[in-house]
Design a protein around this ligand. Structure first.
Ligand code: SAM
Length: 200
């Protein structure tokens, strides 16, 4: 769902960029995020700061999708060479073919999406076998605090526990390779396994 005005301002602020640059992105890198020469999709790319960080690493291609056209307009203004941005609902990525991306990246968006499980299912579909999803989401305590401060900002269907997130990653076929906890958030690296053809 769309961000409230106050969250839109918070998400597009200098402190948010600082956290993404100094904490979240480096943590993903320590977990193995290495975009060089890969086809990347970022889900819920917001105003494109993640795109800047990823694009500095030399991906083969980068596409960011976000529900809010206002966010996409801000991202396009960054004029990042080779980066493409699209206003799309991440629960339906049918404009991307099956097995067409090497990496999917999510910086904290599922807690805005009532049907968040569909986003994970779509990530699995668009990733190539062996491709990886890097994902961060707030845990229960952070969500409880966010709900107290701003009850209308997040749909109640998206108040999931990180164990539910992990269960759904496994249910769609991801293998969770590594997990970290930081500041009440869960960080994940999950791989779409390579399935070997059965010998007849
Ligand atoms: C908390 S912000 C995070 C933005 C950015 N990833 C960041 O870390 O700064 C959540 C983002 O998810 C987007 N969003 C919410 N629902 C969405 C959906 N169904 N499909 C795609 N993007 C969505 C919002 O527009 C917003 O930009």
């Amino acid at each position: 769902m769309r961000l409230t005005d106050s969250e839109f301002r918070a998400m597009n602020s200098a402190p948010r960029r600082f956290l993404q640059r100094r904490v979240e992105f480096p943590l993903f890198q320590r977990m193995g995020l290495a975009p060089r020469d890969l086809d990347i999709i970022e889900i819920g790319c917001g105003s494109g700061y993640g795109a800047e960080l990823i694009s500095r690493c030399g991906p083969r291609s980068y596409v960011g999708v976000d529900l809010m056209p206002e966010q996409i307009a801000l991202a396009q203004k960054r004029l990042i060479p080779g980066a493409e941005f699209m206003a799309r609902d991440a629960t339906d990525l049918s404009c991307f073919g099956d097995s067409t991306r090497d990496l999917a990246v999510i910086f904290g968006i599922l807690h805005h999406i009532p049907t968040w499980r569909a986003v994970i299912t779509e990530c699995h579909r668009v990733l190539r076998p062996g491709g990886r999803l890097f994902l961060e989401e707030p845990g229960n305590r952070v969500m409880a605090l966010a709900h107290r401060l701003s009850p209308e900002a997040h749909p109640k269907e998206a108040h999931f526990d990180l164990s539910q997130l992990e269960s759904h990653l496994a249910a769609v076929g991801f293998a969770i390779e590594s997990t970290r906890r930081a500041f009440g958030f869960g960080f994940y690296c999950a791989r779409k396994p390579v399935t070997l053809a059965k010998a007849s």
